[in-house]
Design a protein. Structure first.
Length: 145
């Protein structure tokens, strides 16, 4: 999660919401991503989507069945869907997102029985540090306005 937090800080440095993600396989980070929606002018440029794309390229497969994803903020519906589709077996989440989270806050797409894949989810790892990063970012954003 520390590596995901470093990715989140990269987003913050370019005035993006500080969300970071890493994907691990066999104890090694194989992909990293951070939020770039405003920078890339692309709705799809979420940390998780970027990391999934890189991990698939690295492994040569769209299935990431041997991987664990670490993310600083609970995934949105799009990212939760991508996690399920990529068959990622385990996701570690730092902070919950009560307004848009789809790993338990609003809904839990990662555990829906109707899908052909469910995801083991661990919550609260480095939660305080990740929450602090998000709160600082939004405080600065409000002050700029």
């Amino acid at each position: 999660m520390k590596a995901a937090l470093r990715e989140a800080r990269k987003a913050s440095a370019i005035d993006e919401v500080p969300i970071g993600c890493v994907i691990v396989s066999d104890g090694k980070i194989i992909a990293r991503g951070y939020n770039r929606r405003n920078t890339d002018k692309n709705t799809l440029a979420h940390a998780e989507i970027i990391a999934i794309r890189k991990a698939c390229k690295k492994t040569g497969d769209w299935r990431l069945e041997e991987c664990t994803m670490y993310i600083t903020l609970e995934p949105c519906p799009m990212c939760a869907g991508a996690i399920v589709q990529a068959r990622i077996p385990k996701v570690v989440v730092a902070c919950m997102n009560p307004k848009a989270g789809c790993a338990g806050s609003v809904v839990d797409l990662l555990k829906m029985k109707g899908f052909n894949h469910q995801v083991e989810t661990v919550y609260g790892v480095l939660e305080d540090e990740c929450r602090s990063e998000l709160q600082s970012f939004f405080k600065q954003l409000r002050q700029k306005k």
